[in-house]
Design a protein around this ligand. Sequence first.
Ligand code: HEM
Length: 505
Amino acid sequence: MAHAFSTSFGTAIAVAVLAVLAVLHYLKLRQNHNTASLYPPGPPVREFPTRDTWIKFQEWGKFYGELVYIREMNLLIVNDFRIANDLLEKRARIFSDRLVTPMMELCGSGYIFSIARYSNEWRRDKKLFLQNFRQATINRFYPYQYGKIHEFLRKLSATPDNFMRHTMILSQSLIFSSLYGLDVDPEDRLYHISVDAVNTLADAISLGNFPAIERFPWLRYMPSWFPGCGFKKVAARCLEKLQTMDTVPFNMAMENLRNGSSSSIMAELAVQNEGNPEAIEAIKRMGLVSYIASADTTMSAISSFLLSMTLHPDAQKKGQEEIDLVIGQDRLPTFEDRQSLPYVEAIYREVMRLHPALPTGVAHASIEDDFYRGYHIPKGCAVIPNIWAMNRDEEIYSEPDKFMPERHLDTPGGPFTNINNILAFGFGRRVCAGRYMADNTVWLTIASVLATFTLSKAKDGKGNEIDIPEEYTSHMFRHPKPYQSSITPRNQNAKELILATALSQ
Ligand code: HEM
């Protein structure tokens, strides 16, 4: 009897569970059916802007709402930090892919994990990168950062009118010195190889430059003489340049180690992995991605700082006064001073807020269908985080377009909040892997320039200030367009401090 009871009870439970499952399945199907066609609203593709995309995206956000979707492109624009966090951070399992076009693959995107698919290859290369750039070991780069930033001060002092060129050289040469132990000059062959390789890559993978392969991906399997297959030669050239770029500095670093003239992180890693060709290739790729990911971004942040100081003398003065008060005028700032300089930190945070180097970040992509706030986000959707708009959220920042470092002092956490609050570095599992190094480089440059120079508008022959139009480039990387500025050492003491840095090189 007991057995019969338990059997019928068990059957009843099984029937009930099946019934619940059936209902749930039906509801899910219904939800999918209802939402499958419910994409977020958005404009037609023909309205897609060709420049200053972040401004148009921000306008669309105000018009269409929190999610803007361009159906023909399967592209989602996110203007709100909370949503970026929900998708790119909390649902990182789904939203950590990148869109890789056939042209990118042919050009060697597999070499550069910052633009590679969310894959085992990405995990492998990122792991090696993080071992070398994680927060705990980041002070290994301090000597190179002091060296190159002090060299930058000397160049600014000697030829201030070339400040833009000096900024670019600082950003590019820092990676060569930090990783390879190489002192690269703009006249060097290596410098030209690197600039040329990056430009070739940028041209080759920019959408619209090779429409045939974009429209007919199968063309990649045709020979290069086949009509419309000119892209194959371009891709082969690009790949070759990237290979040269990751091999030439690596070989130089190895040669320097062998002949005893200098050691370097790259050479030491290679020695530890001697006899393991795969590991050696991964080390070379790490050097390549470091250069590609760091040069333009670091240059942009420092350039935006210089322009901001020229345009905002009050903020500049407050930064200088804080430095004078805390460390005096007899030495240059060091990393140990950082926590004692809240206003300098606030200037840094404000530069990163108002002028993100990549205003629309780097697009993530989804690996499966997802549903968010009642909308369907299809598999393979490119998600653009509009950092520009997020950093100008009026609910968080009053008068968001104004340069006001004070806003970071007035917040509960003060200016020294977690680096992950700096949205300019991106999101989730694809967040900038070099951010600890970048953060240190940009901060030390800011503190060192404030300690030693005064920046102001340049004057014409009649002594009138020359107006600065405050124009920025309008493509993926955003940085100030050329302008004139007066950059002079603050006083004799500052001049001597700058010159003295040459002695410690
Ligand atoms: C001010 C300077 C910098 C800024 C503003 C910046 C910004 C960014 C952004 C927005 C991304 C994309 C994040 C995302 O997909 O959500 C990124 C990725 C990356 N950055 Fe940076 N970056 C800077 C400097 C550097 C430096 C100095 C390095 C290396 C030494 C570096 C290495 C990387 C790498 C490897 C990635 C790819 C991460 C991945 O896809 O997994 N960055 N960066």
